[in-house]
Design a protein around this ligand. Sequence first.
Ligand SMILES: C[S@@+](CC[C@H](N)C(=O)[O-])C[C@H]1O[C@@H](n2cnc3c(N)ncnc32)[C@H](O)[C@@H]1O
Length: 253
Amino acid sequence: MNEPSPRFWEIFFDVYEHLPRQGPGSKSCAAQALALCSELPTQPEILDLGCGVGCQTLYLSELTAGSITAIDNHAPSIDRLQETIVKLELTSRIKAVVADMAAPNQVPESFDLIWSEGALYSIGLRSALKVCHELLRPAGYIAFTDAIWRKENPPPAVKASFDLDYPTMGWLKDDLAAIKDCGFELIGHFTLPDEAWWQDFYTPMEVRISVLRTKYAKDTEALAVLDQIAEEPEMHRRSSDYYAYEFFIARRT
Ligand SMILES: C[S@@+](CC[C@H](N)C(=O)[O-])C[C@H]1O[C@@H](n2cnc3c(N)ncnc32)[C@H](O)[C@@H]1O
């Protein structure tokens, strides 16, 4: 494998921090998942793990009357969320915190719902589910999305891409087994539709990449990184039948 450019992360964040969200998802999918958490209290305590710039955190503030603690270990994303919270006058509802989800420093058994879109895999799904189990009240809910394979023998470029970012990615049955083994009862699951990849994620990503191609017009190293980042939406156009993002909703047993 080629060594990543030393500029990779600088350019990556120049793309990602400016997107409405940092992974696939949508408000309607959030609403569909939330509807399965049918016994939540009226004002639930919610923890959003790996919130990014907080797109789904804000959806949760619209879709519930709860209080939300939103955690991410990338400080610039939390800074951006904090600015939004102030602008929208949501400081009494949402707390944005820079923290590692592996050790989030929250009170055990204090949350009614733990939400996480596209982030639990960062510390390994099973480790993350154990953290969630400790933080949830008995019978509390977890709602999370995770990438899974859905077809054997992916093209080499697809396999290489996930091997790099998510080497332990499994199949639906692997995530269902992890949910059960980690002390949760599955309530439901569904696959994110294609528009949830494009509307707030890949479409703005392609717009941002083209803006940055102008900004970095004379910087060949940056342009090469932008080409590399642009491969992901292209790969999705060609090969999205090999993988999916699945929304899982489960309850602490
Ligand atoms: C694919 S992005 C998803 C962001 C957001 N949930 C969304 O859907 O737009 C994954 C997020 O997890 C965060 N993350 C990765 N490892 C983390 C960790 N150990 N603790 C907290 N956040 C982490 C990243 O900084 C990133 O914002």
